[in-house]
Design a protein around this ligand. Structure first.
Ligand code: FNR
Length: 362
């Protein structure tokens, strides 16, 4: 197979399906309820048309950009996704090495199956730490202190998960994610009632706090000096509120369509958020990015960077660290080609007029 590597993300998805037990592939691949938003996250990119400009010298393409003061060779980052050991026994350590070899910023999930310390020592690239806030705030604070002391550069607070979305494949498969070793000594899992339905859902009900509110953003700011990005914003109203709350960035995300079904496709919500934020802080987007052209579309609509979730897991499941790296390399290559073919020499050159959305055509 090594002589016959996949040439796109879709082929990695097929390989991952073959490589994994059904329960684990379904967990990675699936979305909430009717999976309407899951399909839309990808389909909405398809409805945006590119407007290439020619006779521009594109012999040198510069994909470098900057986020929170850190230089990045490309605007493609690794989204926080849980339980990488389901995809490969090396888990997040392999993903972190893959991200580091491409100098891609990796956001480590709270639900990582490897310890924060192990991941940190495998990855000398920039890392952010994604947080869910526990009912017991002391546990969250302990995790933040560990992330701070191991050199994570920002906290990504996921706000779209006050409760877990209904992922029907996981309920049917009685899916349970591996024990989160980062919680060793902090939380006991033994007395959880796991007699029916999705065990993951029950575990999450114990650990997520549905009372999370804007006051907790204040709390987070008061206990950590790391910049805070809010992940899961899809409306202009919440984006404005986030800026008022003093966050360092906003991530337009619907959790890869795993939470609220019929939430907007993220690429459709992006411009509303960008307008509301009005340049005050960077706006990132994730969900449905499968091509370099998708990255270019997101940047043209105002995103500073994009994150990819499932594609990295497909690569990891199919070929371990080498697969995750190849997925990131392929997306970067595709972006480079897309920029050249659209006449964009630099990230700043990817302007709004390079895309035509459905709204533009009305
Ligand atoms: C996720 N996502 C996620 N988000 C988060 O903030 N914390 C988490 O622990 C997880 N876990 C997780 C597991 C799996 C298997 C998936 C697929 C996704 C959401 C993730 O960060 C991101 O928003 C989406 O994956 C982006 O969509 P694509 O790129 O998967 O289409």
């Amino acid at each position: 197979m090594e002589n016959n590597l996949p040439v796109n993300i879709r082929e990695y998805q097929e390989l991952a399906k073959k490589a994994l037990p059904k329960m684990h592939f379904d967990y990675i691949n699936g979305g909430a309820e009717d999976e309407h938003t899951l399909r839309e996250n990808i389909a909405a990119y398809g409805r945006i048309v590119l407007r290439p400009r020619f006779l521009v010298d594109v012999s040198n393409i510069d994909m470098s950009t900057n986020l929170l003061g850190y230089d990045m060779p490309s605007p493609i980052m690794v989204a926080p996704t849980g339980a990488h050991k389901l995809a490969n026994p090396e888990g997040e350590v392999a993903t972190a090495r893959a991200a580091a070899s491409c100098n891609s910023v990796m956001v480590l999930s709270f639900s990582s199956s490897c310890k924060i310390e192990e991941v940190a020592s495998s990855c000398n690239a920039i890392r952010f730490y994604q947080l869910y806030v526990f009912k017991n705030r002391d546990i969250s604070e302990t995790l933040i202190r560990r992330a701070e002391s191991y050199g994570f550069k920002a906290i990504v607070l996921t706000v779209d998960t006050p409760v877990l979305g209904r992922r029907e494949a996981d309920i049917r498969n009685k899916m349970i994610v591996p024990w989160n070793e980062n919680l060793e000594g902090l939380l006991s899992f033994d007395d959880l009632d796991t007699t029916d339905g999705s065990k993951l859902e029950k575990y999450s009900r114990e650990t997520l706090d549905p009372s999370l509110s804007w006051k907790d953003v204040e709390w987070l700011k008061s206990i950590s000096s790391l910049p805070i990005l809010l992940k899961g914003i899809v409306t202009g109203e919440d984006a404005r509120r986030a800026v008022e709350a003093g966050v360092a960035g906003v991530i337009v995300s619907n959790h890869g369509a795993r939470q609220l079904d019929y939430a907007p496709a993220t690429i459709s919500a992006l411009e509303e958020v960008v307008k509301a934020v009005a340049g005050a802080v960077p706006v990132l987007v994730d969900g449905g990015v499968r091509r370099g052209t998708d990255v270019l579309k997101a940047l043209a609509l105002g995103a500073r960077a994009v994150m990819v979730g499932r594609p990295v897991l497909y690569g990891l499941a199919a070929r371990g660290e080498a697969g995750a790296r190849h997925v990131l390399e392929m997306l970067n290559w595709e972006l480079e080609v897309a920029m050249a073919l659209c006449g964009c020499r630099s990230i700043a050159g990817i302007t709004r007029d390079r895309v035509q959305t459905e709204g533009d055509r009305i």
